[in-house]
Design a protein around this ligand. Structure first.
Ligand code: ARG
Length: 458
């Protein structure tokens, strides 16, 4: 019991199985650096308000640096009896400094300490993910110049719909990942209030200065309610939700490219370096990395769910259940980080098979909507035009031809308003060139957006 920081009121040692069951050092050791950062700020504050001397502050701060070094060199021996990384560091401090070390936890509880540590850790994690997302956006934007002359079939319901400039596809992902970055920034701004000094749940009778530690740790202000602080993990639910959307975007992209790599589609060839083979079928080149990006997204989404379920039945304030929060948050972060680590290279090194795409671009009536809009310009009401083009498509299907193969007489039979100039909008390349509205997939609007993205990343 002597070893336990909280052993005073106990007369029996903790059951060993309980120690193994309750420990968290096996997964919270990664908080060591932020724990030391938080403790050093706390020690400075304690000296600032006169609860410890400036010598004690200096000794604590340098001993904490040494302890962190020991941990980072892998020389700290973790013991389940010391529960978590926080107790390991404090116990090492006491071992080094005796009574001075015993003063560090003044006016603080592990409850506000742990929440502070997690917030510091997640703040860094958000910055890391943000930088990775920017790299991925840059990868998509970097394909702009090389793919600008390619027309891709756009799909809805995975059925051919309208043609778009290939770069429109790339920039669509840049937009999605921008919203992900914005969401992370929102999450970061909201979490950036300091829990430190809330102590266990009620605050403290000691004259601590929460503004001091808040500033010292780069928070915008101390959070206002100690009960709320002690129980709050909203920021982890938000963080993992933001990561879940990233995972959803990555997974959708992976799925699309897996399809595009099939013999059936044949739109895309992945670089050999980012694919794998089969142990039995010699011809195989499999998109395993994309499949795993799609597969691993499940873990991220599950982590967000795990946090919601973890939190939903908890009364105020801290409950030990919350220790499980880190498993979910770290899993989501690790998975997203590893997927984002690979995605940019896959994007940069993939080849769009333009011949294959071009050879089938006139299939699927990608110009049907352009023809309907031609009729609208000739004063045909939209619904009437829709019906006329629908009939023409049915005619083409029976004749096994394309809209541009119909003679002007055949077209005029369906709508007398049609003139020779109709052939200027028929065919996929005419249809895509005719797209001019803001944000559309036509060449000009796409070039405009591409320039904005390129300027942004210049
Ligand atoms: N390892 C624990 C956690 O992460 C530390 C908090 C323990 N607090 C307590 N009141 N027992 O939640």
């Amino acid at each position: 019991m002597a070893e336990k920081a909280w052993g005073g009121r106990f007369s029996e040692p903790t059951n060993e199985q309980v120690e193994l069951f309750t420990e968290s050092v096996s997964f919270d050791a990664r908080l060591a650096a932020v724990d030391v950062q938080g403790s050093q700020a706390h020690a400075k504050m304690l000296a600032h308000v006169g609860l410890i001397s400036s010598d004690e502050r200096d000794n604590i701060c340098s001993a904490l640096d040494e302890i962190l070094e020991t941990i980072q060199q892998g020389k700290m021996e973790y013991r389940p009896s010391l529960e978590d990384i926080h107790m390991h560091i404090e116990s090492a401090l006491i071992e080094k400094l005796g009574d001075t070390g015993r003063k560090l936890h003044t006016g603080r509880s592990r409850n506000d300490q742990v929440s502070t540590d997690i917030k510091l850790y997640i703040r860094n994690a958000i910055d890391e993910v943000d930088a990775l997302l920017e790299e991925l956006q840059r990868a998509f934007v970097s394909r702009g110049d090389q793919d600008l002359d390619i027309i891709l079939p756009g799909y809805t319901h995975l059925q051919r719909a309208q043609p778009v400039n290939a770069v429109h596809y790339w920039l669509a992902y840049a937009e999605k990942f921008q919203r992900d970055r914005d969401r992370l920034a929102d999450c970061r701004a909201r979490l950036n209030q300091s829990p430190l000094g809330a102590a266990a749940l009620a605050g403290t009778t000691l004259p601590i200065d929460r503004d001091f530690t808040s500033k010292e740790l780069g928070f915008t202000a101390p959070a206002a309610n100690s009960l709320d602080i002690s129980s709050d993990r909203d920021y982890l639910a938000e963080f993992t939700s933001a990561l879940s959307l990233i995972a959803v975007h990555l997974s959708g992209w992976a799925e699309e490219w897996i399809l595009w790599c099939t013999t059936e589609f044949g739109f895309l060839t992945l670089s050999d370096a980012y694919t794998t083979g089969s142990s039995i079928m010699p011809q195989k080149k499999n998109p395993d990395v994309l499949e795993l990006i799609r597969g691993k997204s499940a873990r991220v989404i599950a982590s967000a769910q795990q946090l919601f379920v973890l939190m939903k039945g908890l009364p105020m304030a801290y409950n030990r259940d919350l220790q499980e929060d880190k498993l979910a948050a770290f899993t989501a972060f690790d998975v997203v980080k590893s997927c984002l680590g690979l995605a940019p290279s896959i994007v940069i090194n993939a080849t769009l098979n333009r011949d294959r795409i071009n050879s089938r671009i006139e299939e699927g009536f990608l110009d049907a909507t352009a023809l309907m809009e031609y009729l609208i310009r000739k004063q045909v009401p939209m619904r009437t035009g829709h019906g006329i083009v629908g009939n023409l498509v049915a005619l083409c299907e029976s004749k096994k031809c394309r809209l541009q193969d119909l003679t002007v007489e055949e077209l005029q039979q369906a709508a007398p308003q049609i003139e020779e100039d109709v052939y200027e909008i028929l065919g996929a390349s005419n249809a895509v060139a005719a797209l001019t509205s803001f944000g559309s997939g036509g060449h000009e609007p796409v070039k405009h957006q591409l320039k904005l993205w390129q300027d942004r990343f210049a």
